[in-house]
Design a protein around this ligand. Structure first.
Ligand SMILES: *Cc1c(COP(=O)(O)O)cnc(C)c1O
Length: 902
């Protein structure tokens, strides 16, 4: 292959590709340098697992032990047919995933009592922060205070406080009964239902009062409690957020868990994240797709207010009643004993107990391998989670749910394992995944997710740990964090890592906030040096106004949309710099931008290799220009697959970067999530890494002993459960394996580029759709350069698969040539008609000017195995004009089904 590209060896190709000035000699991992075999790896993971102690958890606080039904565990969670898909941008080959997400949205709207829901939030804390940003937007940024009731989970409060900073919002935490809106400056209020210590308050009058004062109400809630409680929508809430963890997702020492956000029709266009909607395909049949206008706020770049990119009725009632009954029995028992005071307010699953010595009680429980929550010296709480006999309902009738939910047939059809298994499989078979073919998505690095890497994820010793369990019970996890952090430091050339951010964009945001905190501390230290009380006072005033001094962020126009969106969320002013036709940053323009802003320069955000896939020669000069003008260099590490072992962000001169573990480091893309976006920093930034209000994440305190950044994600180590995937990947590859992977990834990309050299001038959308007829997923399109395809084959693909993809593109090029030569109609041809689902190909009537056989089998290999798209081309515009984000009413579905069979 190197020969085909014009080199006599792989190494000479690499030498010619990666600039000498940034090449490292050799990467040496501090542990696992040689790499482990799969068998050795599993032994090591078993050893780590044995160091985690699984106690009974009564901690609650947003994380509950659950039972994952084996039919779901094996057929979804452990099934590459579900976890290896790309985000469902190509609707025609993702109808199964889209349907499952639409089911999720429907469930959320039913349980919350609000009509619109999205399907891609990260955790309850960040969902609450997104809701806060929505309140700010709804009030057009004119009211700058956000009130949080003290009955919210502490991590939720902290995440909102961190996030508020960038929006220049002031957060006031207050007891629910003391909340007032006298200042006239309040945009929204967040309350929790039930509260973090278990109490259920009746918010109806509270909400009326907030609305009377022009204040929007956000409710953080618990889906299982909502089975029994009056839905927040009926109480008048404007936005409801929470986590879906409790519905069968393991605690996983913090995540991943799907969070949700529901709201009214009025605010649907302000919702963050992805929203799945109903539209029609080319033959007018209903089909699902991601709603365009509302989807992926980050596409709005610096106008974005969010950067999120990468998320049965009778049975549920029984579970909810049992959990409630258990808590009730426990409370009644305690009352009978009479030695402690049991909380008087109604509760769902959490009982608050006043006692003489909370620690003594928790210690006694600990001896019996149980974890309780110590609220303060004299208070513990007990949260029921597991299954137990049904007991009486203690929820007052005024607060009890009366409205029905999950009435749609989808929630009432699959009650036997066979039926459920078949439904799961039906959905799966509509979706193209890495089980079928390569998914050549530029910048998204869709590489192999090896089975051995995936195995520990579902082991109970990793899956069943509460994130706030005493750290000594998580010794296996802690050892893995330490090892992983050290290996990531070596790989990136950095000194310290935070494993908290749980998506790439969350990492960008965290990294920029680190830079911001660093600049602020520097400013404080400089002022300290001057020792002028007047200036210190002035600084304090400035800080409290959020009027930060270094706030300019330079971002090349070719950057991923999340870059400007993250910078905007940090309150930074974005200065764009141009690129030349090859995608290289215009260095003179950058120099000017840096010098013009040198008093206020905070950072540069740069992607390397550039988003055009080019190793810029000038990168070290670029870093120097930024440093000379007082700024810090943020490197977007999403393209790290092209650096590992060959160079590193730290070596190149960056100060901070995030890694997309769900790209370079093998966490599967999972149809759009979950992911992990840890950040690495140079020594001087280490004191400013994220902290956590409940569990210490370790790390170095800032010069003034504070942990200035605060909390970025709800859980201390983000989505800890999926870290074993990246950990085992790195450990099994070893130093040489990782370096070879980068080399082969470069080889594969250059090989494809060479084969496709003369294939220019293709129209992106039609090509992507025609690729489906050949059984492929389209590459990244129209970004970073309009009218281009960005293909990233990764090192995981064989030459045979690369050739099959190249042959396909060349064949499509020939189909285009026929149009160019006038041999095929410009509007009615095999590309415009793509994709061709069986329903179209096998209809009695066929009016296309090309044959059915050619439409379906344009290449010989398709006759032995073919992946069939399930719908014709989906109409995005129609769906956006008629935004429907829940399942269609049963009657309408029945009509359509009848039509389809007729
Ligand atoms: C994927 C990607 C991101 C965003 O990562 P998420 O995990 O989707 O938030 C940022 N920058 C680049 C260059 C990317 O490719």
């Amino acid at each position: 292959m190197a020969d085909f590209v014009g080199f006599n060896s792989l190494d000479s190709l690499i030498d010619a590709t990666v600039p000498k000035s940034i090449r490292i000699d050799k990467m040496e991992l501090p542990i696992f340098d040689e790499g482990l075999t799969e068998a050795q790896m599993l032994e090591h993971m078993k050893d780590l697992a044995s160091k985690n102690k699984i106690f009974k958890s009564f901690i609650g606080m947003g994380y509950y032990n659950t039972f994952v039904p084996p039919v779901i565990l094996r057929n979804i969670m452990e099934n590459p047919g579900w976890y290896t898909q790309y985000t469902p941008y190509q609707a025609e080959i993702s109808q199964g995933r889209l349907e499952s997400l639409l089911n999720f949205q429907t469930m959320i709207t039913d349980l919350t009592g609000l009509p619109m829901s999205n399907a891609s939030l990260l955790d309850e804390g960040t969902a609450a922060a997104e809701a806060m940003a929505m309140c700010n937007n709804i009030q057009k940024g004119k009211k700058k205070t956000f009130v949080i009731a003290s009955n919210c989970h502490p991590q939720t409060i902290d995440v909102c406080q961190t996030r508020a900073d960038g929006f220049d919002l002031k957060v006031v935490v207050s007891d629910v009964k003391d909340i007032d809106y006298k200042s006239g400056d309040v945009c929204g209020v967040l309350v929790q239902y039930p509260g973090t210590e278990g109490e259920i308050l009746d918010y109806e009058d509270f909400i009326k009062n907030a609305h009377a004062n022009g204040v929007k109400v956000v409710m953080a809630s618990d889906l299982l409690a909502l089975i029994m409680l009056k839905p927040p929508g009926e109480l008048g809430a404007d936005i409801v957020v929470g986590s879906a963890q409790r519905f069968g997702v393991p605690m996983g020492y913090g995540g991943p868990h799907a969070a949700f956000l529901a709201t009214s029709q009025e605010y649907k266009r302000m919702m963050p994240g992805r929203i799945i909607g109903v539209s029609v395909d080319s033959s007018g049949k209903p089909a699902l797709r991601m709603a365009m206008q509302t989807r992926e706020q980050h596409i709005r770049r610096d106008k974005a207010t969010s950067n999120i990119c990468t998320a049965q009725a009778k049975g549920l009632k029984t579970i909810a009643q049992r959990v409630h009954g258990l808590a009730g029995t426990f409370a009644a028992g305690l009352k009978k004993l009479g030695t402690v005071e049991v909380q008087g307010l109604p509760f769902f699953d959490t009982v608050k107990v006043k006692c003489l010595d909370a620690k003594a009680i928790a210690d006694a429980a600990y001896k019996s391998e149980m974890n309780l929550r110590i609220v303060d010296q004299n208070t513990v709480t007990f949260t029921a989670t597991s299954l137990a006999p049904e007991v009486q309902n203690l929820i007052p009738s005024g607060l009890a749910r009366e409205s029905p939910f999950l009435t749609h047939s989808i929630f009432n059809s699959y009650h036997t394992e066979h039926e459920l298994l078949r439904y799961i499989h039906r959905l799966q078979s509509k979706d193209l995944s890495l089980c079928h073919s390569m998914i050549p998505l530029g910048s998204c690095t869709m590489k192999l997710n090896a089975t051995t890497e995936m195995m520990p994820v579902t082991w109970p010793a990793f899956a069943d740990l509460h994130p706030f369990a005493p750290t000594e019970q998580a010794a296996g996890y802690q050892e893995m964090f330490k090892n992983l952090g050290e290996m990531l430091c070596t790989i990136t050339g950095f000194d310290s890592f935070s494993l908290q951010p749980n998506a790439g964009a969350a990492g960008e945001y965290a990294g920029l906030m680190v830079i911001r905190a660093y600049h602020l501390a520097l400013l404080a230290i400089e002022l300290e040096k001057e020792n002028l009380a007047v200036i210190s006072m002035a600084f304090l005033l400035l800080e409290s106004r959020g009027d930060h001094h270094r706030n300019v962020c330079i971002i090349p126009v070719s950057a991923h949309g999340t870059n400007p969106a993250s910078a905007a969320m940090c309150g930074m002013k974005i200065v764009a710099v141009g690129t030349d036709s090859k995608g290289n940053i215009n260095i003179e323009e950058l120099r000017k931008a840096a010098e013009n802003n040198k008093d206020n320069l905070a950072a540069l955000m740069v992607t390397y290799p550039s988003t055009h896939g080019v190793y810029e020669e000038g990168i070290d000069e670029i870093c120097k220009i930024i440093h000379d003008n007082g700024g810090q260099v943020y490197m977007d590490g999403a393209n790290m697959n092209a650096q590992v072992g060959l160079t590193s962000p730290g070596f190149i001169g960056a100060d901070v970067c995030h890694l997309n573990l769900h790209k370079t480091f093998c966490i599967p893309h999972g149809g759009g999530g979950p992911g992990m976006g840890p950040i690495g920093v140079k020594k001087h930034l280490a004191p400013f890494l994220p902290s956590h209000p409940v569990v210490s994440t370790g790390g170095i305190p800032a010069p003034d002993q504070s942990q200035p950044l605060g909390t970025i994600s709800a859980a201390p180590w983000g989505s800890a459960l999926i870290l074993p995937i990246s950990y085992t990947y790195i450990a099994m590859m070893g130093s040489k394996g990782l370096t070879d992977a980068s080399k082969i990834a470069i080889l594969n990309a250059n090989y494809m580029a060479k084969r496709l050299e003369n294939t220019a001038g293709i129209e992106p959308e039609d090509v992507a759709k025609r690729l489906m007829d050949y059984g492929f997923h389209g590459p990244t399109m129209s970004w970073p350069v309009p009218g281009t395809l960005m293909i990233e084959p990764t090192e995981s693909e064989s030459k045979a698969e690369l050739d099959r993809f190249c042959d396909t593109l060349i064949s499509i090029r020939e189909e285009i040539a026929l149009i160019e030569k006038g041999k095929a109609d410009i509007h009615n041809n095999v590309l415009k008609g793509a994709p061709h689902p069986p329903s179209l190909l096998m209809a009695d009537v066929w009016t296309k000017p090309y044959s059915r056989e050619y439409a379906a089998y344009p290449a010989a290999w398709l006759k032995t195995a073919k992946f069939w798209p399930t719908t014709g081309r989906v109409d995005n515009v129609y769906g956006d004009r008629n935004l429907t984000c829940t399942l269609l009413p049963v009657s309408q579905m029945a009509e359509e089904a009848a039509e389809a069979t007729a």
